[in-house]
Design a protein around this ligand. Structure first.
Ligand code: UDP
Ligand code: MG
Length: 314
């Protein structure tokens, strides 16, 4: 028996692109159903993230015209990550597998076939990875790729060039539900779930219509959220910096003593010099130490699951 697939699409002010997306997905889904790759109960789920334009009216109209399309309406704009989560958690009540993608058709929808094939081979999570970004503007490409690199440096485990286009099985969605954190950064959480995973590559297209809903300001906020929700490295950096200061203060002690002996100093100079470096170092180490505890408290408050059991032989 073929599986029920829900394609989950968060939409924020997407009235311009939605008609194109709907058409493309209808053709795709009908083909997949005909080829028996997915069940006939499969759906496309649009999540309206508090759009201010006619997005929701369109979703309602699509649903009345064709039961393939279903919709979820959030009470207000909650941001891409929350809208996506809302869609996934609603879809998992009915679906065996979900695939999330953006409303603007930037992710080539033929990746669905690849993802389903990987799922057939046993992967419970399939990450969509952009094989090229030729169509993105220079700035978008640069900022996006720096983002993934920075995340790595900061010790956050993310898949390079994977955005939120991914297949997830119902089981992995049930596990996702156990991550109750408020600052949602799905790209960081999903790899923590584990299970058998794989990658499906696709070409990234241009946005089909409308404008990007991720201006630079939102992008920076998103990256900052990703780092501070997943890594205590910035806190640890304070401690490191403190030790460097203390080390410099040792060098300064030697230097100051030498200069003092040579007698080229004003009264009190040595004392002030040493104090500045030494106290600076001590203070930074202390702040870093407090940071260590804050980091621990922070990870405790996230109440993340400590482990996830994949199989039990009994
Ligand atoms: N989106 C959303 N809520 C928001 C902002 C964006 O649901 O507050 C959706 C948007 O409709 C789209 C997806 O998130 O489906 C990705 O946005 P966009 O394509 O504008 O981002 P970009 O590809 O430019 O990074
Ligand atoms: Mg886009």
């Amino acid at each position: 028996m073929s599986k029920i697939l829900y394609v989950v699409i968060p939409c924020y002010n997407e009235e311009e692109v939605l008609p194109l997306t709907k058409k493309a997905l209808k053709t795709k889904m009908e083909t997949l159903i005909k080829e028996k790759k997915i069940s006939k109960d499969s759906k496309v789920m649009f999540v309206n993230d508090g759009s201010k334009d006619k997005t929701w009216d369109l979703i309602e109209a699509y649903h009345h015209e064709d039961p393939l399309f279903v919709g979820v309406k959030l009470s207000r704009n909650k941001g891409h990550q929350n809208a996506l989560l809302a869609g996934l958690m609603t879809a998992k009540k009915y679906a065996d597998i979900t695939i999330s993608m953006d409303a603007d058709l930037q992710d080539d929808i033929n990746v669905i076939d690849k993802m389903l094939a990987e799922n057939e081979l046993g992967s419970e999570i399939v990450y969509g990875v952009r094989s090229s970004r030729k169509k993105d503007s220079w700035f978008k490409r640069f900022s996006a790729e720096s983002f993934y690199k920075l995340m790595r440096i900061m010790g956050v485990e993310v898949i390079f060039n994977h955005a939120d286009c991914r297949l997830m099985s119902k089981r992995t969605l049930d596990e996702l539900e156990n991550f109750p954190e408020a600052n949602l950064f799905l790209r960081g959480i999903v790899p923590l779930i584990g299970f058998k995973t794989s990658i499906a590559t696709y070409d990234r297209n241009e946005r089909q219509a409308g404008e990007s809903k991720y201006p630079l300001k939102k992008m920076l906020a998103f990256a900052w959220d990703g780092i501070t929700s997943f890594s205590v490295k910035p806190l640890k950096m304070i401690t490191t910096l403190g030790f460097i200061m203390l080390f410099i203060s040792i060098i300064m002690i030697i230097y100051t003593i030498i200069v003092k002996i040579l007698g080229n100093t004003v009264d009190g100079w040595a004392f002030i010099m040493l104090s500045i470096w030494f106290i600076g170092g001590v203070q930074l180490v202390s702040v870093g130490l407090i940071g260590e505890y804050v980091g621990k408290i922070y990870s405790e408050t996230k109440h993340r699951p400590r482990y996830i059991i994949e199989k039990e032989l009994n």
